[in-house]
Design a protein around this ligand. Structure first.
Ligand SMILES: *[C@@H]1O[C@H](CO)[C@@H](O)[C@H](O)[C@H]1NC(C)=O
Ligand SMILES: *[C@@H]1O[C@H](CO)[C@@H](O)[C@H](O)[C@H]1NC(C)=O
Ligand SMILES: [Ca+2]
Length: 319
């Protein structure tokens, strides 16, 4: 179930192995004092074994050969406290696995811990021993490697293997997948996106802009969140509105609205009733604001010479 097995190892020693998993190893050539044993483990493997649970103890007891001086583990007394040397964490009451009557600290110099492998009594239990005794080094090699979990999650060692705790935005056994957000295809809005992990994926950011004469309604920047949602709704661009114009007195106004009533792109043309002359611009345009001023209509007085400004549009004098 744990995927462990015996394998041929091309190492210094033939060892307990398993593939793609946390593996146990021991020094089959020599016996070492505790410090030397730790050094051996750290040199050739990851560190000395830190016993995690009964299952692990049973596994070691079942798999390792009997050795009369037994095996060192990575537990030792530091400032009077039993400490797992790999993590520097104190031994908890629940994790204790002492043999009967241990730790007895006989002759007050028993600061290191051995595990009784295949001992006729108390097999799998611990005993405190002087650190200068010579025993086999019991080491483990971590399954987690620097590139495990695609470097997008925490790699957590387990007995037979490892598991990935992916950072937000990533998923999959090796955190190989990235969260996808909906593809953005805004209309009439200019968009510039950067995609650090893939198109419209986690942490993609899109900036929005509007064409001249238009203004943005909504967020300027959207980010794809771990929840697969965008951080805000897509903004829209609306034509800038201008003040409403009205026809001059005695005149008329005809407007064309490209994008909306009296907005950017609107054009208004002015004319006067018969008998009145337009003074000022014939049309005004919205380029975000209105060009010019509204013209006005002036009553036209016909002189004796009757010089008509517009011969095609004779003006009847009201005078
Ligand atoms: C340890 O191994 C011995 C010998 O194989 C066995 O008799 C004993 O039950 C085992 N103890 C534990 C705790 O696994
Ligand atoms: C995602 O973006 C946020 C905000 O810019 C940043 O703090 C975070 O480190 C990024 N995460 C990854 C995994 O790139
Ligand atoms: Ca003891």
């Amino acid at each position: 179930m744990l995927g462990r097995g015996w394998h041929h190892c091309l190492g210094l020693c033939c060892l307990l192995c398993s593939v793609g998993a946390w593996t146990y190893h021991y020094s089959d050539k020599g016996d070492y004092m505790w410090e030397q044993a730790r050094n051996y483990c750290q040199t050739f493997f990851t560190d000395m074994v830190a016993i995690q649970n009964q299952e692990e103890i049973q596994y070691l007891n079942r798999s390792l050969p009997y050795h009369k001086s037994y095996y060192w583990i990575g537990l030792r007394k530091l400032d009077g406290v039993w400490t797992w040397v790999g993590t520097r964490k104190a031994l908890t009451k629940e994790a204790e696995n002492w043999a009967q009557g241990e730790p007895n600290n006989r002759r007050s110099n028993q600061d290191c811990v051995e595990i009784y492998i295949r001992r006729p009594q108390q097999a799998g239990k611990w005993n405190d021993e002087p650190c200068t005794r010579r025993k086999k080094a019991l080491c483990y090699l971590a399954s987690c490697q620097p590139f495990s979990c695609s470097q997008r999650g925490e790699c957590v060692e387990t007995i037979g293997s490892y598991r990935c705790e992916c950072y937000p935005g990533f998923h999959g056994p090796e955190c190989e997948h990235v969260v996808q957000c909906a593809k953005l295809e805004p209309q009439g809005v200019s968009m510039y996106c950067s995609h650090p992990y893939g198109d419209f994926s986690y942490n993609s950011t899109c900036e929005f802009g509007c064409h001249e004469g238009f203004e943005r309604r909504g967020a300027a920047v959207l980010r794809c969140l771990p929840s697969q949602e965008w951080s805000a709704n897509t903004p829209t661009c609306t034509a800038i509105t201008c003040p409403v114009l009205s026809a001059p007195a005695q005149g008329e106004m005809h407007c064309s609205h490209l994008h909306g009533e009296f907005t950017f792109g609107s054009t208004c043309a002015f004319s006067c009733q018969k008998g009145f002359a337009l003074v000022g611009l014939q049309s005004r345009e919205s380029t975000g604001s209105w060009t010019g001023n509204t013209p006005h209509c002036e009553g036209r007085v016909l002189s004796m010479g009757c010089s008509l400004e517009d011969p095609l549009d004779p003006v009847v004098s009201t005078v």
